[in-house]
Design a protein around this ligand. Structure first.
Ligand SMILES: [Zn+2]
Ligand SMILES: [Zn+2]
Ligand SMILES: [Zn+2]
Length: 522
C-alpha cells in the first residue's frame, strides 16, 4: 500500500500521514449508528424463550441444537435469576445424553450454586446419581490433545525440531526438513495468534474457542461465554470490547481482535509504538518465538500480499475498522493524541493486510461451528496444490501433519486453497494469482508422474484395498482406522512421487480421516 507507514514529512518523528483524510463525517456517523443498532441487552424474557426452544429440541433428541439454545439462553439470562440455574440444569441433561458425564456433573454443580429451586432439586439429584453410576461403568476418555511427534524446536517451541526456518530469494521465508520425516507426523502445534467464530459466538469459548464445554456467560454483555473462569479472566481483549461489537461480522471481528491483542500485550501505547517500529525495521528470520510478544513480532513480519483490484476495498475496510475502534471508550482514551491516532490508522491497515491473506477458515472439531484464525508460524509455510503437510485447527491451535514423506533438506508445503484444492488447475491458478500473486507450478498443476509409476501404484495391494474400501469404511471406527493405516503405508511407499490421480485418492482418504476423525479415533 502506497502510504503505509509513511510520515507526513521527512523530518524525524513527525506524525504518520493521515490514511483516511478523505473520510467524511457521514460515514462515521452511519457506522456508529449501525453498531448501536446491533446492540442487545440481557433479558429474562428472551432467555426463557431460548430455553423453552431448547427443551423442544431436546425432546426431539436434537442434542447439539438444544445445547446451542441453552447457551444462547444463558447469555441473555439476567445474573441472579432462577433462569440461570434452570439453564445449567437443562444443559446437564444434554451432557448426560452425550455421555459427557464430567461435564454433566459440573453443570449440575453450577445449577445448585446458582440457587436451583428446591421444588425441582430431587430430580436434579437423581440426575447426578445417574451420572456418577454411568461414569463408573464406562470411564470417560480425555479430550484429544494434539502433540508434536518430535521434540520441540529450541527457538520455536511450537515447531518440531526436525524442521528449520530458512530464507532465500526464490521462496522468501520457508520451512525445510532437517531429517527424513514419514507420513502422519505432527510437525507444528501453534496456538493461534487470533481467532473468532464466524457465525455464532455462542457455540465456543470466546478465549480458547473450545466447544461443548460448561460455558459461563459474560455478566455484562450477551455475546461472550467462556469454558472456565480462567479463560474469562484472561480475555483482555473482551474487557476492552465487551458489548460493543454485536453488529460486526466474522472476518471484521478477526481484524479488530488482532489490534486489541496487540494493544493488550503492552503496558501502554508508547511501548506498543516502540515495539512495532522496531519490528518493522527488521527483515528476514526472527531469532525465536518463545512468547506472545515474539509471536506478535513474527505476525508483523508476515508479508502482506496485495492485489491491485482489492486495494480500494481494503482501504475501505481499514477505514471501517478504524471507525469501529474509535467508537470504543478504551481506544479513545488510549489513543488520545493525533500522533497516536495516526499510528493506529497505520497499525489497523498493516494488520488487515497481513490477516486478510493469511487467515484460514475451518469448521472446528467436527461441529458446524466455523472459525477463522491466524497463526504466525503457519503463515511461513509456502503453498503447493499437492502439499506434503496438511493444516487443521484443533483446540484453537494450528496443527500441521505430514501427508507425504519428506526427505531431509526438502521444503514443507501446505495448501492455501482449503477445499478448493480439489478444483480444476485453471481455477486454482487463477485463485492463487488473484489472492497471492503467484503462478503455481506445483506437480499437481504440472502433472509429471510417469505411466510406469502409475501402473505400479494401481497394481499395489494397498491401493486395491483403499479403492475397494474407502466409500464404506468411514462409517465404522475399526474399518476407518484400518483404512487410515493402509493409506499411511501406501503414502510412505509412493508419496515421494509427483502428483497423480492414484496418490490424490489416497491422500484424500488420509486427510479425510485426519480432518474428521483424528480427535475421536485416537
Ligand atoms: Zn476457554
Ligand atoms: Zn462481555
Ligand atoms: Zn499448484
Amino acid at each position: 500500500m502506497v502510504n503505509l507507514w509513511k510520515r507526513e514529512s521527512s523530518v524525524r518523528d513527525t506524525n504518520y500521514c493521515d490514511l483516511f483524510s478523505h473520510l467524511g463525517n457521514g460515514q462515521y456517523e452511519h457506522l456508529s449508528r449501525e453498531l448501536q443498532q446491533g446492540k442487545t441487552e440481557k433479558s429474562t424474557d428472551v432467555s426463557i424463550a431460548y430455553r423453552l426452544q431448547g427443551n423442544d429440541l431436546f425432546r426431539e433428541n436434537k442434542i447439539a441444537q438444544a445445547m446451542e439454545l441453552y447457551n444462547k439462553s444463558l447469555c441473555f439470562a439476567e445474573i441472579g435469576t432462577e433462569n440461570v440455574s434452570l439453564v445449567y440444569a437443562n444443559r446437564s441433561s444434554c451432557f448426560l445424553a452425550l455421555k459427557m458425564y464430567e461435564e454433566a456433573l459440573i453443570d449440575i454443580e453450577l445449577a445448585v450454586k446458582a440457587k436451583y429451586p428446591d421444588r425441582l432439586m430431587a430430580k436434579l439429584m437423581r440426575r447426578q446419581a445417574t451420572c456418577l453410576r454411568l461414569m463408573e461403568a464406562e470411564p470417560q476418555r480425555k479430550r484429544f490433545q494434539p502433540k508434536l511427534s518430535f521434540q520441540s524446536h529450541d527457538r520455536y517451541p511450537c515447531l518440531a525440531n526436525s524442521l528449520e526456518m530458512k530464507c532465500n530469494q526464490k521462496f522468501g521465508r520457508h520451512i525445510v526438513a532437517t531429517r527424513d520425516i514419514e507420513v502422519d507426523k505432527m510437525i507444528l502445534v501453534e496456538r493461534n495468534f487470533a481467532s473468532v467464530s464466524i457465525d455464532d459466538e455462542r457455540m465456543s469459548c470466546a478465549k480458547c474457542m473450545k466447544t461443548k464445554a460448561n460455558f459461563i456467560a459474560c455478566s455484562m454483555c450477551t455475546d461472550a461465554m467462556y469454558c472456565c473462569i480462567d479463560c474469562m479472566q484472561r480475555d483482555a481483549t473482551h474487557k476492552m470490547t465487551c458489548g460493543q461489537f454485536n453488529g460486526v461480522d466474522g472476518s471484521m471481528k478477526l481484524y479488530i481482535q488482532t489490534v486489541f491483542i496487540a494493544i493488550s500485550l503492552f503496558k501502554n501505547v508508547d511501548n506498543l509504538m516502540e515495539f512495532v517500529e522496531e519490528a518493522l525495521k527488521s527483515n528476514g528470520i526472527q531469532e525465536s518465538m518463545m512468547d506472545a510478544k515474539s509471536q506478535y513480532r513474527l505476525f508483523l513480519s508476515i508479508q502482506p500480499s496485495i492485489n491491485e483490484h482489492d486495494k480500494d476495498d481494503l482501504m475501505f475496510d481499514a477505514q471501517k475498522i478504524y471507525i469501529i475502534l474509535q467508537s470504543t471508550p478504551t481506544i479513545k482514551i488510549l489513543f488520545g493524541s493525533v500522533a497516536k491516532q495516526r499510528f493506529l490508522q497505520h497499525l489497523v491497515l498493516h494488520h488487515l493486510l497481513v490477516t486478510v491473506r493469511n487467515r484460514f477458515q475451518v469448521s472446528a472439531d467436527g461441529d458446524h461451528l466455523k472459525t477463522t484464525e491466524i497463526a504466525s508460524i503457519t503463515c511461513i509455510f509456502n503453498h503447493s496444490c499437492y502439499p506434503n503437510a496438511f493444516n487443521h485447527v484443533i483446540d484453537n491451535q494450528s496443527v500441521l501433519i505430514t501427508i507425504r514423506p519428506v526427505e531431509k533438506g526438502e521444503q514443507l508445503f501446505i495448501s492455501y486453497l482449503g477445499e478448493e484444492t480439489e478444483k480444476s488447475t485453471d481455477f486454482r491458478r487463477m485463485s492463487l494469482m488473484n489472492d497471492f500473486g503467484f503462478f503455481c507450478e506445483c506437480d499437481k498443476c504440472v502433472p509429471r508422474c510417469s505411466r510406469s509409476d502409475r501402473v505400479a501404484m494401481e497394481m499395489d495391494s494397498y491401493f486395491k484395498y483403499i479403492k475397494q474400501n474407502y466409500k464404506i469404511a468411514f462409517d465404522e471406527k475399526v474399518r476407518r482406522i484400518a483404512l487410515k493405516e493402509v493409506c499411511i503405508r501406501f503414502l510412505n511407499k509412493y508419496g515421494h512421487l509427483p502428483w497423480s490421480d492414484e496418490l490424490n485418492l489416497v491422500t484424500f482418504c488420509y486427510v479425510k480421516w485426519f480432518f474428521e476423525y483424528s480427535t475421536v479415533d485416537y
